[in-house]
Design a protein around this ligand. Structure first.
Ligand SMILES: Cc1cc2nc3c(=O)[nH]c(=O)nc-3n(C[C@H](O)[C@H](O)[C@H](O)COP(=O)(O)OP(=O)(O)OC[C@H]3O[C@@H](n4cnc5c(N)ncnc54)[C@H](O)[C@@H]3O)c2cc1C
Length: 391
């Protein structure tokens, strides 16, 4: 469904990601899903063709000439996710870990870290979630105590994408625990920092090619120069980051849905029952029509929002980012479930990719804020709108 009006540069990026997805991701996706190991060989291929540069500004060795690179980030995530959402997450998780630096980092931080990420030699990750701080991200317990020209971090982050494989971690910790969320700050923490270790690695339902790990801080000494923004800005940095990256999760869901539709069409065309292609049955055609229509609607919202963000219009977008994620992830779950149905018993077998797509789709309704939390965000905005409409 290539109905978007893209620039020449965006078409080049999309086509490059599409080629890599076809040639490098599809052939190995089943292997990585089965083995659950991190796909460094594919990540190196992404780096080789400069895909990690696509959301990083030119002055920091990126390829993004103007704007925030959100359309580019979504295009790459979507194309890779058509083939494998788990492998795509090495890229998308890196974007999530990088946006706090892009949005709020100092010039020194940008000069130091962005070229390393742009080259694809170092991946990034974002650490917010803790055992007791999931949907209620404000219930942070990890602390960062100032000690001379360092901060000393203690605490544990859970469920961190790229955890253990990434080199650069943007992480939230409390510099003033008495103030709760308003006492949170964001730090850049490098792998290898003494006192910073990786804990439990999760076994998951889907996106098995992605690694999800604990980050454990035991008197980890982080240079004060690695504070992102100012003390107390950590929660704001996280929320502003999510405004930009939730369309990225939506693009991941979109790619999964598009991949599933493609598989359902390919299979349906060749599968014959009652002496005809199963695509002749109106029951399936209507199912596919809804799948295609809802996927197109999600795509339109994601890229309209991404273009607005790239144009620098990032104010009051939380509800739109939430809508893009809710819509695309709910569509992906529905589309992949229907794709399994269209393939019948074969859809349930690992031999065909749609059962993996269904397992992969589920996470897009959960991470970067569950869809219940997204609906809370949209609901709060609507209540404010109601007050505005009533003068
Ligand atoms: C594979 C994976 C990768 C992840 N990657 C990262 C990462 O890179 N970085 C990171 O920081 N985190 C990451 N997460 C964490 C993820 O963002 C959280 O799991 C998610 O925000 C939900 O938190 P929770 O799991 O604690 O669920 P809970 O908050 O315990 O929620 C349980 C249920 O209660 C519902 N609920 C909670 N509060 C409300 C409410 N106010 N209204 C209505 N319903 C509510 C939820 O929607 C959910 O259905 C990842 C998680 C997974 C599974």
């Amino acid at each position: 469904m290539d109905f978007l009006q893209l620039t020449e540069e965006q078409i080049t990026i999309r086509d490059l990601a599409r080629t890599i997805a076809e040639e490098k991701v599809k052939p190995v996706r089943a292997k990585y899903d089965e083995e659950g190991i991190f796909p460094w060989d594919v990540v190196n291929e992404l780096a080789k063709v400069d895909l990690f540069r696509t959301f990083i500004p030119a002055e920091y060795d990126g390829l993004c000439e103007n704007g925030l690179g959100v359309v580019n980030m979504c295009l790459v995530t979507e194309e890779l996710s058509k083939a494998c959402a788990g492998i795509a997450l090495a890229f998308a998780g890196t974007a999530l870990g990088t946006f706090p630096i892009l949005l709020h980092g100092s010039e020194e931080q940008k000069k130091k870290y962005l070229p390393q990420i742009a080259s694809g030699k170092k991946l990034a990750a974002f650490g917010l979630t803790e055992p007791q701080a999931g949907s209620d991200a404000s219930a942070q317990r990890t602390t960062a105590r100032k000690d001379g020209d360092h901060y000393v971090l203690n605490g544990t982050k859970v469920f961190i994408t790229n955890g253990g494989e990434a080199d650069i971690y943007t992480t939230v910790a409390l510099t003033d625990p008495k103030k709760g969320a308003r006492g949170a700050s964001c730090f850049i923490i490098e792998k290898g920092t003494p006192g910073f270790e990786f804990g439990k690695k999760e076994h998951k339902m889907g996106i098995k090619a992605s690694v999800t790990s604990e980050l454990v801080f035991n008197d980890a000494r982080v240079p004060a120069a690695n504070l992102v923004g100012r003390e107390g800005m950590g929660f704001l940095v996280a929320m502003k980051t999510f405004d930009i990256t939730r369309p990225g999760v939506a693009a991941q869901a979109l790619g999964i849905a598009e991949g599933a539709i493609e598989e359902a069409l390919k299979y349906g065309h060749t599968r014959h029952q009652f002496d005809q292609s199963i695509l002749n049955f109106q029951g399936l055609q209507w199912m596919l029509a809804d799948m295609a229509t809802e996927t197109a609607a999600a795509k339109a919202l994601i890229y309209a929002l991404a273009a607005r963000l790239d144009a620098g219009d990032t104010k009051d977008v939380a509800h739109l980012s939430a809508m893009s994620k809710v819509l695309a992830s709910d569509v992906a779950m529905k589309v992949t479930t229907n794709a399994v149905q269209i393939l019948g018993g074969y859809g349930y077998m690992a031999e065909y990719p749609v059962e993996k797509m269904m397992r992969d789709a589920k996470i897009t309704q959960i991470y970067e804020g569950t869809n219940q939390i997204q609906r809370n965000v949209i609901g709060s905005w609507l209540v404010k709108e109601a007050a505005r409409l009533n003068g």
